[in-house]
Design a protein around this ligand. Structure first.
Ligand code: 6PG
Length: 265
């Protein structure tokens, strides 16, 4: 069954980030109200950085009950946590250093360790939250944020990789795009059990691939097309530049005023 999918297009990355910050405040409030915690899985890369920075500033910073938030990562580069390439470092500098989130609620992937060991350790950590011994937990994160590369990768699931084809493990080590550089990534097995998976895609360089991912069901699915929540919602939050080649009337164009109208292209 197709997951509930929504594609919202914003005039620019600033508008996109502001609206997503509002959504995260609302989702955190709902999750904390219902389960006394909000399990948030962060994306790496550059797109989400302004979102994290916005969440770290008033009024957003004071509208989330941070001591009840747990943060995780969808993937990590196999580098030390203070390395410029580290997804943990980016989130720490943009967000975690500025909000009252207890250190015990920060669950980073140990990029400094041997990749397969780091993957196994992270899977064990996740099993303490989502139960172990079963292929798919009944539920996992309240919200997973993901980016998408111009090649259609997401997290560190690259086209043609064994990691993208994984059907059992929740976390795997995988060679990165640069030779000799490894990554650790959550796999679709776990990502697809989240309550809400939201892709943040910005920029003209993503337009061609975004069209492929959303409108082309070719025989070889791109990794971003493998993200199909089994019961949760799937949101695509994009800017006009990234959405430039989308044709379908499924795209909700959100005007500056925050209103929305269906595209008529
Ligand atoms: C990473 C991310 C990766 C990223 C995409 C998009 O570790 O780099 O997990 O999947 O989201 O490559 O990156 P940009 O947001 O920088 O375009």
């Amino acid at each position: 069954m197709e997951p509930r999918r929504e594609v919202e297009c914003f005039s620019d990355r600033g508008e996109m980030v502001r609206m997503e910050a509002e959504r995260i405040v609302a989702r955190a409030g709902d999750s904390i109200g219902q389960r006394a915690r909000f399990l948030l899985c962060l994306a790496g890369g550059s797109t989400p950085k302004p979102l994290y920075e916005l969440l770290a500033t008033p009024p957003f910073a004071t509208r989330i009950d941070w001591p009840r938030v747990h943060v995780f990562w969808g993937d990590e580069r196999c580098v030390p946590p203070d390395h410029p390439e580290s997804n943990y470092r980016m989130a720490r500098e943009a967000l975690l250093d500025h909000v009252q989130l207890p250190g015990t609620n920060v669950h980073r992937i140990r990029g400094e360790d041997e990749p397969s060991k780091a993957a196994a350790a992270y899977e064990e950590l996740l099993a303490t939250f989502f139960g172990s011994g079963e292929i798919r937990p009944k539920a996992s994160f309240d919200l997973v944020l993901l980016g998408m590369g111009a090649d259609g990768h997401t997290a560190s699931l690259f086209p043609g990789s064994a990691a993208a084809r994984e059907t059992r493990r929740w976390v795997v080590a995988s060679p990165g795009p640069q030779p000799g550089h490894w990554r650790v990534s959550l796999t679709p097995v776990l990502l697809n059990t989240a309550e809400d998976v939201t892709f943040l895609v910005s920029g003209a360089n993503k337009a061609d691939r975004l069209k492929d991912v959303l409108e082309d069901r070719g025989p070889d699915l791109l990794p971003a097309q493998l993200i199909r929540p089994t019961h949760g919602a799937l949101h695509w939050v994009v800017d006009t530049a990234a959405a430039a080649r989308l044709r379908g009337d499924y795209v909700k164009r959100v005007a500056e005023t925050g209103g929305s109208e269906r595209s008529h292209r």
